[in-house]
Write a protein that binds this ligand. Sequence first.
Ligand code: MCA
Ligand code: AMP
Length: 503
Amino acid sequence: MSNPLYDTLFGRHAGKTTPFLHLENGTSLSHADFLARAAQLAHAMVSLGVRPGDRVAAQIDKSPDALALYAACAQAGLVFLPLNTGYTADEVSYFVENSGAALFVCQDHRRAEMSVLAKSTGAFLETLDQDQGGSLAKRADRQPADFDTVDRDGDDLAAFLYTSGTTGRSKGAMLTQNNLLSNAQTLAELWQFTAQDVLLHALPIFHTHGLFVAVNVTLAAGGSMIFLPKFDLDFLLENMHRATAMMGVPTFYTRLLEDPRFTRDRTRDMRVFISGSAPLLAETHVQFEDRTGHRILERYGMTETNMNTSNPYDGERKAGTVGFPLPGVELKITDPATGDTLANGEIGQIEVRGPNVFKGYWEMPEKTAAELRENGFFITGDLGRIDDDGYVSIVGRDKDMIISGGYNIYPKEIELLIDDQPGVLESAVIGVPHPDFGEAVLGIVVAKPSANPEPDQILRNISTSLARFKQPRALIFVRELPRNTMGKVQKNLLRKEYENYAQ
Ligand code: MCA
Ligand code: AMP
């Protein structure tokens, strides 16, 4: 009997009374208490009728219980499907319906709003809140604190994460136990994590970075985490001396650097700062080293593949690069037209293959076939090059995507909503440089002849269907969109024209 993901990341910490989570209020939760709670949550879900292989969608605030729900899913052989808390009910309904989730766990205050969608999809609806609140927590309180781990194979699904596409429809990336486990073990070893490490955890846990990198690496090494509900600059500054490592998106690092309280002295006890999810500007890398003496370790990953490359722990961390392919991961640069491998120094599409690469998109065989080659190489949609020392750089994207504060935003989804508004002929949504978020969303709109739509009204209308972080910061009306001879909108020209808009 075995369950590789649960046994390796969670089960082996059974009985440990040392702290696993250090909480904001000064208390801590031991490994043993955390696992007992996970077991109670596993029982609670099973008591509802949820069975191995079922999907559990969760749109819940970050808390020890939220993390225990992930462990509970692993233990009960359920497929965990975490969702951004910023998503509107419209957005969530697609994920719950498309995944065929058997259970949807939401924030307690949104129960009424979500009950319609749960009814229409047939999913059980439960709630979970911070401080062990919510109906699932109450159900769990009455359950035994140990649970017979469900047998799983490394190739069984462990998680679904939805990632948007250029067509505007989200795809459920199916991740297996082995995908998650192999990556966690590789990274823990590469970044030299040990049981003595204390990770400053301020990322959300509904995406790869906060959950499958930060949490899984800590679990693989047996370390602990200072577990914050969200990014909080003051808390980070005051508590950095208690930590040894931090993982963050570039916005974390630029925000720290903007604060004069962030000094070399505060980072004295830190071992490593890791960045990813969005490009880290070389100048941020340099400023960070000047201020603290630490060289940020940048790595590169995707929802479909977890992590692909990393700068070395020992050895040169080259600013502006994402380092080397991880041990066990093959990476090549290919010609987008022919698929042929290009020589070092040439720019092409990045393809990766390894135990980290997902199983495909849920119920989307054509999309899977278009991106995942039969030989196992996944076409990332990123453009890059490999230098003569073997360092990979990302130089652009083949896919039309904006990264704002580490969140990915697909313009098509927003354009479809704007184009539907009264008086709008068409639109193009672009990312422009933003000092805090890296990129900000801007909508360029063409009105129908003789129509005069109000930008604020359009923004209000689409806000009910779109998470706040995806909403354009502004709409700019133009007479027409620039197009090439094929009729395709030239977003590069728009990005150039409005490059200073958000600065
Ligand atoms: C918040 N807002 C945002 C964002 N976050 N707008 C655009 N982009 C964002 N990322 C909105 C808020 O709703 C608010 O709107 C306003 O901006 C100001 O909010 P603020 O308080 O400054 O923001 P915050 O709460 O401090 O959040 C910023 C943040 C957060 C800490 C950077 O977005 C964050 O934790 N990002 C991490 C994302 C992440 O984990 N990505 C990993 C994906 P209003 O105007 O109403 O006030 S995994 C991945 O990409 C791959 C696999 C990988 O390689 O890791
Ligand atoms: P996601 O859709 O959340 O999986 O986002 C993955 C995408 O984020 C990648 O395909 C890259 O475009 C981008 N990304 C992740 N890490 C980095 C990085 N270190 N530098 C530049 N882009 C990155």
